[in-house]
Design a protein around this ligand. Sequence first.
Ligand SMILES: Nc1nc2c(ncn2[C@@H]2O[C@H](COP(=O)(O)OP(=O)(O)OP(=O)(O)O)[C@@H](O)[C@H]2O)c(=O)[nH]1
Ligand SMILES: [Mg+2]
Length: 461
Amino acid sequence: MRWGKPASPTTPEVWPPHPPPGETDLERAVRLEEEKEAKRISDAIDHDLELDKVEWRKRKYHTRILLLGQAESGKSTMLKNFQLHFTPETFHAEVEAWRAVIHLNLIRSVNFILDLLPNSRANTAWTPDPGANYLARSSPLDKGFQQLRMRLSPLRQVEQILVRRLSADESAHSVSEVEESMPWYYGRASEVSVRGGSGWKALIRRRYASPPNIRPDEMDSARQILHACREDIVDLWTDPLIQAELKVEGVSLQEQSGFFLDEAARVASANYEPTLHDILRARLQTIGVEEHTMTVEKFGEATQHWIFYDVGGARGQRASWVPYFDDINAVLFLCPMSAFDEVLLEDRSVNRLADSFDLWKTICTSKLLAMTTFILLLNKSDVLKAKLDAGISFARYVKSYKDGPNDFENVSSYLKRKFIAILQHYSPKERQMHDINTTALVITRIKEAIIVNNLISSDYL
Ligand SMILES: Nc1nc2c(ncn2[C@@H]2O[C@H](COP(=O)(O)OP(=O)(O)OP(=O)(O)O)[C@@H](O)[C@H]2O)c(=O)[nH]1
Ligand SMILES: [Mg+2]
């Protein structure tokens, strides 16, 4: 827009128009007022454009990272790693909340055993026999087991207290509500879940901080009861007969997430402080989408804010991912390599590795994510190694592996090749992808992705 240029016969459209000859004072006043108004509107438009630019610049320093992958692929665990890296103070301030989750993981495992074992005997040793005197029949397990069951019964109350504390916020769904909506979930011994965004960590801190001399906090009673049950929990878990019954049932609690029975004496003690390792191993299923902002200082010249979206990975949760596909800088996709011989809890006819491949295919195909950098993390390598070392055959579950060697290097590089092949085949256009295996590398790759994305959005690339 040009201002005050005199009109010429060749540029009649120049604004504002040259004062017409013989203009009266009134006409001049009207014209000047109109010009002032036109300038005001023009300035307002320029101001809005400037605001847009500022907003755009601000957004440029907000990097959005979406964590994707099936349930128990390790998304929330990766987020804990990020918190530890970027905001260690926050991470340590949340120990109280994690202690509640770990206690609930442990108590649920105990209650799972107590619920399972009588059923197992009802199905095996107690075969219905019309003429039999059931009361007279007992297995060697029965007497001691029934006594243990009685002594451990207060743990039901502790479970209720912890569940209430973890889900007491109005926006949160109680664990039992979640169980009702996902019946498959209850088959999991130590599973605990809280709806994303419910602020459960703050909730636990707040409630736990209530003065104990005025009103003894329920959490204190819960810890005391748990401490009192400590030896019985150890006895239950180490009893060879109970171990044998669990084996007959085909239940291997050690392989499930949130397994703390081997450390029951320490975890149930009155002065238990969760270690870093405990917190990383604690299992809390994500329901919905959790948003975590972390400030990344000293990166380049400006402070960066990284926003992580941690989603629930179970099948019923996946529809809620799509709104987050828009405006995402990087997708961090996690695949647990160890899941090759496992099935989905939500659908036991589906192999977990096959589900990860399908999920990856869907994400690669998405047009909304066509410009997004992908970071692939093939994790749970420790569990994969243990399984292969124990002689579990990868080829038995993944037919296309044929007679490949059953060792970690070959299996993991086969998986990597397979993921890259899917990406190349299904991506709408050529895209950035990094495959990595450590948190530090994830952070480096995200930083690289931000630089590339910023350059792209600045039209420099
Ligand atoms: N052994 C081993 N366990 C891991 C690893 N990564 C995660 N885990 C464990 O796997 C369990 C499940 O991990 P989560 O991070 O809760 O899984 P998620 O992907 O967030 O699952 P949803 O919230 O259900 O979508 C946790 O108990 C973790 O401690 C790993 O590399 N090795
Ligand atoms: Mg999670």
